[in-house]
Design a protein around this ligand. Sequence first.
Ligand SMILES: C[S@@+](CC[C@H](N)C(=O)[O-])C[C@H]1O[C@@H](n2cnc3c(N)ncnc32)[C@H](O)[C@@H]1O
Length: 297
Amino acid sequence: MPRKATKKKQTKPKQKSYVDKIICGDILEVAPQLPQGLVDTIVTSPPYYRQRDYGDGRQIGIEKTPQAYTDSLAKVFQRLLPVVKESGSLWLVLGDKYIQGELQGMPWRVALALKDVGWHLRSDVIWHKPNAMPSSTKTRPTTDHEYVFFFTKTKDYYYDADAIREPHVTFSEKSQMRGGRKHLGKRGGTPEKGKNSGNSNLHDGRWDQAFHPKGRNKRTVWSIPLSKFREAHFAVFPPRLVETCINASCPEKGLVMDPFSGAGTTALVAKQLERHFLGVDCSNEYCTIAKRRLKST
Ligand SMILES: C[S@@+](CC[C@H](N)C(=O)[O-])C[C@H]1O[C@@H](n2cnc3c(N)ncnc32)[C@H](O)[C@@H]1O
């Protein structure tokens, strides 16, 4: 069962015009115009620090210092807090940056800045990219991961653990894991029936790990290949990554927002999963691409 937030009176979206839309504009200007409590979850990947010039004067990512970049993103996500429901959340995907051979620690700088403006940090996920670009470096390991931070607005948030369970891997016929077959007495048994029935060692966590029919609780390393989309000059979100975030954090018919929507992958996946969407991007070109993709879905 999803971890449903205790029923509190939640503001319903008042203005239909923000639902199932791609809005072209600067998120810093758009965010304050949005109705409060509109969004169930945000799934987004802002421009990374000094990675790319999107050719718009309002763009984030080209700040002179890491601190200025962190401040810009903190301002954006502070403005988005009222737009998110009390039970709502934010999945923030960010990669790091080397400057003169030194890693800047950008994802964690941003994560801590978001905590400072009021978001609650619940999890740091490593997004492992099995098809990441090779690099010629011989002085350090080649980076093949980014971070996915999971934040919530309050302590009482919506989270459907069952919707994103993953296959069991630790429990098998040969498993030596304590709480595995050795604890059961016989094949096909359950901890409650086995020779250790009543053993407090077989607590809920172990049962969940080894026997839950839908799989074990989602782990914090997600291995998902990068996606190609030839019209975009950057790597778009792999739909699988977005799917996981939406399934965990957006109830049916809820609303998913991407404040840096680019080619519109978050909106597209939300639509496919029968959720509402709202995308914002300052680039006319990317808004047009996103709208076209959505139309042809
Ligand atoms: C990394 S891309 C997002 C890619 C997206 N996840 C996808 O799957 O297509 C970042 C986007 O942020 C947009 N952007 C940069 N600064 C912005 C701002 N101030 N307001 C709104 N969008 C902005 C850029 O135009 C770019 O499309």
